[in-house]
Design a protein around this ligand. Structure first.
Ligand SMILES: [Zn+2]
Length: 426
């Protein structure tokens, strides 16, 4: 893609010109060292920061080998020591290492219904700059895409990142996204239907782009940085104007053949219930989304009741609000319990507008899980509220690109791979 640009960025890996020799003379020992350097880089990419001992544990390499490899990478400016800001207690803490931000950067974009959020991070997942702005994303897709491209420029400028160092961009959309990046039939994002978000963003950003829906990327973010860290099997439930799920199995998002897996909101819970936006009747979303909860309360609490007003009612202990939100939690919990019996996850993480704020919703979900999940399955589940709040999706968009080793290798680390091979020999 941007191979030429990236090799320029990685110029510092070249070292002394006189040492350049063809790979053919290097032999298998050097090839092995080169592979091991990439393993060290991968470990730092996954962990953000790590001591030499932690890298040795993660890669299975000996401490001595890791020290040698790290010295090589430090000499090339690809790995730096994290400054020790404060030292508590006795003894010197181990020196933490991290990738130098100049190795590469990624861009994350979240198209929410009413706003845009853009962030840039280095390959160790440290966010270098982040911005958001109000925007009527739902109705004006083209304008939202243009605005996102402008905001990417702003964020890159603020972070001092040259465009040539960006290895890819991830984007989260609040609607169904098929595997090829096309936005599916939806009334939530009416201006986006049929549009290929990957093509549109690739054209505007001149970057490799990956797109996924908000629940999937919320799941990825919570598993990578938040409440699900360290868990390999997680059901992330997003309760907002719709209800969706991101399902992580064996550490990977499960997207299904179409890319639409996790449409929990369209599991039927009422035999002849209200008509859903999907065309069916009695879907979970019609009884347990933020919109469903608000529409139950508006006749008695005022037609202009919004999410902020709902939070105030819940904080004040308003009996109707507490009851309605708790009931919504139990409806959602019942559906999740069925899914848990099928998948037996380690974690159920609840996010979204309502998910992160309402303990009454969590209480309802807990009651239903206790009641309807098999006792042994239930015993293996941690039920947690998401901790990343409104940043979950943009962080997931970053994680989507950072976690894609193939993409990174082809875009940036391949250049590194080649440079090291020709530099170290001789
Ligand atoms: Zn439906």
């Amino acid at each position: 893609m941007r191979g030429a640009d990236l090799s320029r960025v990685l110029d510092k890996t070249r070292g002394n010109e006189q040492t350049h020799e063809p790979m053919a003379t290097a032999g298998s020992l050097e090839a092995l060292r080169e592979l091991n350097r990439l393993r060290v880089i991968d470990a730092l990419r996954q962990r953000g920061t790590a001591s030499r001992s932690e890298i040795a544990r993660q890669t299975g390499l000996s401490r001595t080998t890791v020290t040698t490899l790290v010295n090589d990478l430090q000499a090339r400016g690809l790995v730096v020591e994290q400054p020790l800001l404060e030292i508590h207690g006795r003894g010197r803490p181990p020196t933490l290492l991290r990738l130098d931000p100049s190795v590469g950067a990624v861009v994350g974009i979240h198209f929410d219904h009413r706003h845009l959020r853009v962030a840039v991070a280095d390959l160790s997942s440290t966010v270098l700059a982040e911005h958001w702005q109000d925007h009527d994303v739902d109705r004006a897709a083209e304008e939202a895409l243009d605005a996102a491209a402008d905001l990417v420029e702003v964020v890159l400028g603020e972070a001092g990142i040259e465009r040539s160092r960006v290895v890819g961009a991830g984007a989260a959309l609040s609607g169904p996204v098929s595997r090829d990046g096309t936005v599916g039939s939806t009334v939530i994002l009416p201006g986006w239907e049929g549009l290929n978000a990957v093509d549109e963003l690739t054209r505007r950003l001149d970057l490799q782009v990956a797109v996924d829906n908000d629940a999937n990327l919320g799941a990825l973010a919570e598993v990578s940085f938040g409440a699900g860290r360290g868990m390999s099997d997680v059901i992330y439930v997003m309760v907002s104007s719709g209800v969706g799920a991101g399902i992580v199995i064996d550490g990977r998002l499960h997207r299904g053949v179409t890319g639409l897996a996790g449409e929990l909101g369209h599991v039927r819970v009422r035999a002849e219930g209200a008509v859903c936006r999907c065309g069916n009747r009695g879907c979970l979303e019609t009884v347990a989304s933020t919109d469903a909860v608000l529409s139950l309360l508006r006749p008695t609490h005022g037609q202009d009741l919004g999410i902020r007003g709902l939070v105030e009612l819940l904080d004040g202990g308003d009996a109707a609000a507490v009851r309605v939100v708790n009931d919504a939690g139990r409806e959602i919990g019942r559906v999740i319990a069925g899914l848990c019996n099928v998948l037996s996850p380690a974690g159920v993480i609840v996010g979204g507008d309502l998910g992160v704020i309402a303990e009454q919703l969590m209480a309802g979900i807990r009651e239903a899980l206790d009641r309807y999940a098999l006792p042994t399955v239930r015993a293996g589940i941690e039920l947690r509220a998401g901790v990343l709040g409104e940043r979950a999706e943009v962080l997931g968009a970053l994680a989507l690109v950072i976690g894609d080793t193939d993409r990174l290798r082809s875009a940036g680390l391949a250049a590194l791979h080649g440079d090291i091979a020709t530099t170290v020999v001789g």
